[in-house]
Structures are given as C-alpha cells and as structure tokens.
Design a protein around this ligand. Sequence first.
Ligand code: N01
Length: 529
Amino acid sequence: MSVDFDAVIIGAGFGGMYMLHRLRQKGFTAHVFEAGKGVGGTWYWNRYPGARCDVESVQYSYQFSPELEQEWEWSERYATQPEILRYANHVADRFDLRRDMTFETRITKAVFDEAANLWRVETDKSDKVTARFVITAMGCLSSPNTPKIPGLEDFKGPTYHTGNWPHEGVDFTGKTVGVIGTGSSAIQSIPIMAEQAKHLTVFQRTANYTVPAHNKPLDPAYVKQVKASYPEMRKRAKTKPAGIDFTINTASAVETPEAERNREFQARWDYGGLGFMASFGDLLLNDDSNKLAADFVRAKVHEVVKDPKTAEALVPKNIIGCKRLCVDTGYWATFNRPNVTLVDISDEPIERITATGLRAKGQDYAFDCLVLATGFDAMTGALLKVDFRGRGGVTLKEKWNEGPKTYLGLTVVGFPNLFMITGPGSPSVLTNMLPSIEQHVDFIADCLEAVRAQGKTVIEPEPQAQEAWVGHVGDVSNITLRSTCSSWYVGANIPGKPRVFMPYIGGLPAYIQACETVVKNGYEGFALA
Ligand code: N01
C-alpha cells in the first residue's frame, strides 16, 4: 500500500525544521504539521515581556550549516525572543522549508496500522494522512500548566499565561497586576511588567535561585572571533555535560579554601549566567558543597533587597540547581520599587481566585490583570495530548502510566516507527537544546536511511534494551541532588503526575557515545522487520 509521506513531523520549532531539512536531503518525503501560525516553537508561543534565552546566542544556534553560522548576526549576548523568532523565520526561508509545512493544524491522533506498517495520522482540521514514520518535535516545555486554583474562571479581568502570550503584546500601563509564580518566565518578565504597571503583586510559592545575566550588546570583534572558530567552539561544547562551551572547574567546593572558593563564586557571579553551577565539580553531588554555593547566592539577596522581610522571603531555601537555575536582569532589585509587593504563599496555597483578584492567607488582593507564570507540563505533556496508539491499540498514555519509558529518549517499545526529538530519557532540557536537537535529528535521519538501505519498513526498540536504558537513566539521576526536589524535572508541578526524573542526567558526551555505540553495533537494541 502506498503512503502519503515517508515521515510526518509534528511541530515546526527548531527540531521540526531541521528534521524536515535533513529528511529532504536524504530523499525522503516529509511533511510538518504545526499548531501555530508560524515556525519557532517555544519562541513562537513564549512572547511574554523580557523573554530571552539563558544560553548565549552564539551557542544557542544551529551548527549544521556553516554558511548559516557565518551569515547570521546575533546582536546581544543573550538573544531576545523576537530575535530568536526572526532567526527561526530566516532558517525557514533560507532552506525553503514552508512548502512542506501546514500551519494552524494540530495533530490529534496517530494510530499504527500493524497490517500495513504505517501510521494513520489525524488532525483537528479533519485531515487524514498516512506516514511510514512519525517524528515528534513538540518541545519539552510546550504544554502550558494552568493550575486548578478554585475560582479561576470567576476573575473578571484578563488572564495571561507566560507560555501562551498574546501576539499583539500586553500594555500594563496604569494597571494593577497579580503574578502567580516565580520561575524563569516570571523572573524574566517581572522587572519589565513592574516598569509599566501601576502596581504589581507577586505571589511566590517557592523562592528561586537566580544569577545575573549581565546581558550586553555583542562586541563585533568577539563575534568575528567566534565566527572564525565556530567548529572548535562547537566541538568543545560537545565535551561538556550541558553541551555549552563554558569552563568547568572540577575541584570540590568543600575541599577548596574559603578565600579561593569565594573568589571563584564571585568571578562566576560577575561573569553571569548558567556557568555559575560549574564553579565547582561537586555542587550537584555533595550537600555541603551545594550549601556553600547556595549561601553565596542567598547573601546576594540581602545585598540587593532593602526591606529585610521581603529579602528573607526572597531567599531560596532549597538546593541550588535542583530546580532549574534562573538567569535574570534586575529581578531582586525590582522588589525595592514602591509599586511592587511580594506575597509569600509558601506555607498556604492560594485560597481562591475571585472576581477582582485573589484570596490568600485570609486576605483579599485586588488587581486588573492576572499573569500565570505557572510553567508547563514538561517533557510528556505535549506528547500525551496526541492520542498515540501503538501495537494492539495500546495508547502512549497507558504505556506511560507510571512515567515515561523510552529507549535512548528516542523511541518506545510497542510504538514502531515513532521517534521523539528530545524525548524523556534524553539529555534535552539539561543541555543546550540546539545541539541536542541536531544530534537527535541526525540520529533519526541516519536511522531511517539505514532502515531503507536494508529494504525494511519497520524499526522498533526491543523491551530489554528499553528496560536497560530506563534503568540507567534512573541510576544516574540518583547520583545527583537534582532528583531530590519538587521540580518539573520530576513532574512534581503537575498533580497526579508520576514522580520520575525524566531527562537523562549522564551528560551530553556520555549520551552521544551511547548513541554512537548503538549505531556502530548495527542499531543495537532495535528490531527491524
Ligand atoms: O515555569 P516553572 P517557568 N500556586 O515551572 C509556580 C524554561 N524557561 O515557565 O516552584 C502558586 O519554572 C511555581 O511554584 P513552585 C526553563 O527551563 C527558560 O517559569 O512549584 N504557584 C513556580 O514558581 C524553566 O525552568 C527560559 O512552588 C504556583 C512557577 O509557578 C522552564 O522553562 C525562560 C502554582 C512555575 O515555574 C519553566 O519555567 C523561561 C500554584 N498553584 C522558561 N503552580 C530561558 O531563559 C505553579 N506555581 C531560556
């Protein structure tokens, strides 16, 4: 039986765009379905004020095309959302990707037809297409989480979610605003919303660690130097656990003399960004080392925030780096403004949303607009919104009842010819997403080519290979402090979600090596038919 496409790709973010390009290069027919009106994925939806990437722009970019690397000019150390979206659109134009994309169309169902060895795919626009392979490129943080706070529908004013921000923007001038959440999205947007709003009230359940970005325009001489040595920089980055080229100090924090240790923390603090967590090699392995880094950051809150009670509430109490570290511009200083109030709700949940605001700890707060900076149903949320049915009609939801199980974070037993770009069980969110995406896309494209070359039509992981990988993902996660706290990495932000540390924390180099070994051994752990 003939199929409409060799591959259907779900999502036109950085994963879906490059996947289409690679499959075309290898002579496969592929089509992308995208719910949004344009390309860009996370950068298409997350348009809240202040949204920018926390990985430096010269590193948060594709490396598959040296020409693209040379022609594109990043303007700031950390690119803003509009600039990244321009880049995504430039890539789509440059590689003529749009002619194989359908926008404003969401894939709702995909059923594996075991007799014909193909996927039957359905969309919310009533399209029905068949494809030999389905490749998900839906992003890890793309299914916004709206918490079920009682009365949410009663609020009379507008409610905005940072992960699904109005495209026309929001002008808060003269408005009173309530913000729920203090994660990365909130920490980036609060300083900017505070500049506009008449009054901003921030409801904080967990105080978060944040490191200054020290963002700045890029010096043309630096850009020239980067462009002259891009291959070396990319190569170095692939030897680092997070896939980001920054210097890692492997020394132990506890074993380093105090003065030297503080010099290192301060130097990292002054440089800014996520490299702070690479100050020492054991910050996520040793409680005492972690506490030293945490105390260094905690002291900074008191240096910045004038009101001692507000400062104490803003001091993070948990393990640094356990939840994702935030990178900010003027976040704590925002709480010195007379038009900003912090409400600590760590000891009692919000009682209810009311018509005019919300009620917390027995007190009513009134505001004109409500901002939910409440994050995402991470890693599995978007995947489980699609009704995937594999062998025997089993759904992915049933299969992942106790948490996601994958082989290499790429494939699932019982779901032949289904590949996930940066799926659970891969380094994904613990790394610079762009190189991780490219590595997955290259793996999938090569794999499809190998299947074709052998005259086969079906590839699927073997149960024992998946079991071994899931076991390994769990084992390495238990070594670090990261698996110990209530974060979206373990699904703790979604009531009822199984608590499993979802990404692979063994680091990008170990992961690349694991994938390369699988390929070298003739797609070890996969069955072809
Ligand atoms: O979401 P979050 P985010 N009542 O889940 C609070 C990436 N990202 O959108 O911590 C009250 O981190 C919740 O409280 P708690 C990045 O990987 C990257 O900010 O659960 N509060 C928390 O404070 C990041 O980690 C960039 O106690 C409630 C907040 O809402 C990830 O996306 C920028 C609540 C959610 O924080 C997610 O970040 C932005 C409730 N019922 C995002 N429910 C870059 O820089 C939730 N909260 C690239």
